[in-house]
Design a protein around this ligand. Structure first.
Ligand code: ATR
Length: 277
C-alpha cells in the first residue's frame, strides 16, 4: 500500500446506515476539493479485527469507529493515545505507514470544541460542571472537562454505581449525586451537560427539575435529534447560554479529516446544513 494513492477512509459500525459521518466527510471533501473517498462499512463483531487489519492494505489511511466497536478496537490497536486509554474507547483509527494501527478518541475534543464555538465566553474556570449520565459518552465528557481544568464535577446517573465507578476512575474532583437529587446541582453548576439518551427522539424526556438553573449557566445536550431538546428550551427560557449537540458530532471528525486528507476543515453553518439536510 502506498499513501500516494487517493486516500480512502470510512466509518465502521453495525448498523452503519444511521451514521452521519459519510455525509459530513463527503461535504468537506467536496468543499475543499480534496482527493479522497469516505465509505460507510457495516462490520459484524466477529469480523472486526480481520477488517481493520485488512483495509490498510487496500489504501485506507484510517477510519472512524462507532457503535458497537468503540471499546473493542482499542484492544485490537497496536498503540493508543492517552485520552483513548483514559476513556476506554476509540472513535478514530490511524493506519500508519509502518503497518501499526493507532487508536485515538476525539469525542472529548469534539465536546470542548463545540462548547467553545457555541458559547465563546465558556472557560473551565467559570466553575463546577454538572454531568448527567455515566455511560460511554459521559466518560469522554468528564475526561475532557477535567483535562480542560474544570475545578469540580457533580455527576448524577440513574444507576448510581456507574457514577461511582467513574469517580473511582477519574478521581476526587467528582462528587456523585443521587439521580433523584440531580435537580439540586443545577444551582451550583456553571456548566450543565446531558450525556444521557433522555430527550432523544423515541426516548422519554429528561425529567430532572431545572428551576435551579442560573442565568448565564452554559447548558449543553449531547442529544441532537431533536436539535432543541426540552433541556435546551427550558435553559434558554431561564437565561442560560445553550449549545446543541450536533456540533460535537461535527468537531470530533475534524482531527481524522485533517490527518487523512491533509487539511483542517471548518465547522460552520454550511457544515451543519449539509448534515441536517
Ligand atoms: P452512551 O454511549 O451514549 O453514553 P450508554 O453508555 O448506553 O450510551 O449510556 C446511556 C446513559 O443514558 C446512561 O447514563 C443511562 O443511565 P443508566 O446508567 O442508569 O442506564 C442513561 N439513561 C438511558 N435511559 C435512561 C432512563 N430512562 N432514565 C435515566 N437515565 C437513562
Amino acid at each position: 500500500m502506498t499513501h500516494s494513492h487517493v486516500p480512502l477512509a470510512g466509518v465502521i459500525g453495525n448498523p452503519i446506515s444511521q451514521s452521519k459521518s459519510p455525509i459530513l466527510f463527503r461535504h468537506w471533501l467536496k468543499t475543499y476539493g480534496c482527493k479522497g473517498h469516505y465509505i460507510p462499512m457495516p462490520v459484524e463483531e466477529g469480523n472486526l479485527e480481520q477488517v481493520i487489519r485488512t483495509i490498510p492494505k487496500m489504501g485506507f489511511v484510517g477510519c472512524n469507529v462507532t457503535i458497537p466497536h468503540k471499546i473493542d478496537v482499542l484492544k485490537i490497536a497496536d498503540l493508543a493515545t492517552d485520552r483513548a486509554t483514559l476513556i476506554g474507547a476509540a472513535n478514530t483509527l490511524i493506519f500508519r505507514k509502518d503497518g501499526k494501527i493507532h487508536a485515538d478518541n476525539t469525542d472529548g475534543y469534539g465536546f470542548i470544541a463545540n462548547l467553545k464555538q457555541g458559547a465563546p465566553a465558556w472557560a473551565p474556570s467559570i466553575g463546577p460542571a454538572a454531568v448527567l449520565g455515566a455511560g460511554g459518552a459521559a466518560r469522554a465528557v468528564i475526561a475532557s472537562l477535567l483535562d480542560a481544568g474544570v475545578p469540580e464535577i457533580f455527576l448524577s446517573n440513574r444507576t448510581r454505581p456507574k457514577a461511582e465507578a467513574l469517580k473511582s476512575a477519574f478521581g476526587t474532583k467528582i462528587t456523585v449525586v443521587d439521580w433523584v437529587q440531580a435537580g439540586n446541582i443545577m444551582e451550583q453548576a456553571s456548566t450543565v451537560v446531558n450525556t444521557t439518551s433522555l430527550g432523544m427522539q423515541g426516548m422519554p424526556e429528561l425529567r430532572v427539575p431545572l428551576d435551579g438553573l442560573r442565568r448565564g449557566t452554559v447548558v449543553t445536550d449531547l442529544v441532537y435529534n431533536p436539535l432543541k431538546t426540552r433541556l435546551l428550551i427550558e435553559a434558554e427560557a431561564a437565561g442560560c447560554v445553550t449549545v446543541d449537540g450536533l456540533g460535537m458530532l461535527l468537531h470530533q471528525a475534524v482531527p481524522g479529516f485533517e490527518r487523512w486528507f491533509g487539511l483542517r476543515p471548518e465547522v460552520d453553518i454550511n457544515t451543519r446544513a449539509a448534515v441536517l439536510r
